[in-house]
Design a protein around this ligand. Structure first.
Ligand code: DGJ
Length: 555
């Protein structure tokens, strides 16, 4: 390596940090693991559930952080997602500025939260707006995508080798610094780029791109996408027909991002992921109607094969249609991909945190959760500034004290979780000898009719054969012996006991002990026993966080 003064300065900065941190105990590096078809994010060597929130795009400046931390405290997050800006990090070629990252690390530790850092590098929402000025001013060296008429568009070309080299060097410097500056593993994961791809144009039409587009598709892409083409070495058009351009752009963008990720991972192997601006999961429009080239659901297999250094491909979910929201969760919960929701929005969507948990999500994070924007004005002026955070905060207040238990139970396949969808007032969760039955919009001795707004959500985890952890909001839960020849239909609101005919005999559910409590350092702390009115109509959860440990028997 040629040792320039810039490289020397970077090495010195890193070694100073390394010395400063020499006395801090080095913790294990977080990693994503898979067992029996399920994934976990291990932090300090144990499953960890990210109760996350992402700040606004321009909030990672020391002057803005005082407007971040109080919101995070109110939300009860354990992880904050924060961007790192290439333009700030590398103001001149090869000169890296670690001051913002170091401030963030220090303050995150003071506030006892972990971080997911978002590398706003070559791509940010399909554009190159976070490239340093010296790159923006040299478009011939760091070219844009070119449209069919030969005009430059507002998106970086994935064939720009100088941009790729610059991004790899900067991202590597950033990861090297993290490795030295963060033996505590405050940073548990890194997002590489942000919603990479191109809006408005399906692909690059530069001469370099044209040449590749008419060349044979790499065999690994054909096999990943299970293409059975007529010719042995089809080109993109022959292999993918109407999806050819979007598949080609995905391959090009993913290979670029994959190389940046691999370079960073080689110096510091933190879990890495890329996030997607989605296409409509139920009625996907034609290529061109959504951001092209990113890890949309139709090209996940291409991204997997092109960018193996990425541990996760993650959906940014802003869908307002519940069916679409749930479909996205399914599409990104794959055998080759852990479910992680790095961005989401819409207050009514907070309940889908539970749906994500039901698909073993390793983390969840609503977007724009800080006080750098005055949301009270937008909401009519008189509302408290916390109001937009509350639906998400309630989830995290419930789960926060037991996130490690929830993460472990989910990794072990013992947990199910669901959220209410309008029109569906009940659902059944099977657990070996018991079925957990959930009703929405039932309070105490009232019949379940669904909540006026569908806010019901619950998780049930099996602790032992006949013991369950139940926690949720705005729903009723009861248990019924499973494997029945027949069930006595439960007349809701009558206090009737769920019963099942098993081997010709009626078996009735009996609550042995329903304990309300809370987890503290992994131990269930008993508060009181629920009985009488509190259990005669099933277990009713309201608007406040409640955790129950339920022991069952039959008679
Ligand atoms: C998705 C992007 O990834 C975020 O950075 C942000 O731009 C939101 N969209 C919209 O505010």
């Amino acid at each position: 390596m040629k040792v320039t003064s810039a490289v020397l300065a970077a090495l010195m900065a890193t070694s100073v940090v390394a010395t400063l941190h020499a006395q801090v105990k080095e913790r294990p590096i977080p990693r994503v693991v898979k067992k029996d078809g399920r994934y976990a994010l291990l932090v300090d060597d144990a499953p960890y559930l990210m109760l996350g929130a992402q700040v606004h795009n321009s909030s990672d400046w020391p002057a803005m952080l005082p407007k971040v931390w109080p919101a995070m405290e109110y939300l009860n997050v354990n992880t904050v997602e924060v961007p790192v800006y290439w333009e700030q990090f590398e103001p001149r070629p090869g000169q890296y500025d670690y001051t913002v990252i170091d401030t963030l690390l220090k303050e995150a530790r003071q506030h006892r939260v972990r971080l997911v850092l978002l590398w706003f590098g070559t791509w940010k929402n399909g554009s190159q707006h976070y490239m340093p000025e010296w790159m923006k001013l040299a478009p011939d060296r760091y070219p844009h995508v070119v449209d069919e008429d030969g005009h430059a568009v507002d998106s970086p070309s994935p064939y720009a080798s100088a941009s790729l080299d610059a991004d790899k060097s900067a991202f590597t410097a950033f990861m090297r610094h993290l490795k030295a500056a963060d033996p505590q593993r405050t940073v548990i994961m890194v997002q590489v780029e942000n919603e990479p791809g191109t809006w408005g144009n399906v692909r690059d039409y530069s001469p370099a791109a044209q040449k590749l587009f008419t060349a044979p598709v790499p065999p690994e892409v054909l096999s990943a996408m299970q293409v059975k083409a007529a010719s042995p070495s089809p080109n993109w058009q022959e292999a993918f027909g109407p999806e050819a351009e979007v598949c080609f752009h995905a391959w090009s963008v993913a290979r670029y991002v994959g190389q940046v990720a691999a370079a960073g991972k080689a110096v510091y192997p933190l879990p890495l992921y890329a996030n997607a601006a989605l296409r409509d999961p139920l009625k996907p429009g034609a290529p061109g109607s959504y951001e092209s080239g990113g890890p949309t659901d139709n090209v996940l297999a291409i991204w997997k094969v092109a960018a193996p250094a990425l541990d996760i491909l993650a959906p940014d979910i802003y869908q307002n249609d519940p069916a679409a929201y749930l479909k996205v969760l399914e599409l990104y919960h794959r055998d080759d991909n852990p479910l992680f929701v790095p961005e989401t929005g819409g207050a009514g969507n907070a309940r889908f945190f539970f749906s994500a948990l039901g698909l073993q999500a390793i983390g969840f994070s609503p977007f724009g959760m800080d006080y750098t924007r005055d949301r009270s004005d937008a909401a009519g002026g008189s509302k408290p500034r916390e109001e937009f955070l509350t639906p998400w905060a309630m989830n995290y207040r419930l789960i926060g004290p037991m996130q490690r238990e929830i993460a472990r139970l989910n990794f072990e396949g013992k947990l199910q979780a669901v959220a209410e969808v309008k029109g569906k007032v009940t659902e059944t969760l099977p657990f070996g000898p018991w079925d957990a039955v959930v009703w929405y919009g039932a309070t105490r001795n009232n019949r379940a009719v669904g909540n006026p707004e569908p806010t019901g959500r619950v998780l049930v985890a099996q602790l032992k054969d006949n013991q369950f952890l139940v926690a949720g909001f705005s729903c009723r839960v009861d248990f019924r012996p499973a494997g029945a020849e027949q069930h006595r239909p439960v007349e809701e609101g009558t206090g009737q006991i769920p019963s099942a005919m098993i081997d010709g005999k009626w078996q009735h559910r009996q609550f042995l002990r329903v304990e309300e409590g809370t987890y503290e350092n992994g131990v269930f702390k008993f508060l009181r026993i629920w009985n009488g009115d509190e259990t005669d109509w099933g277990l009713n959860f309201g608007a406040e966080p409640v955790v129950l440990r339920v022991s069952l028997a039959t008679y």
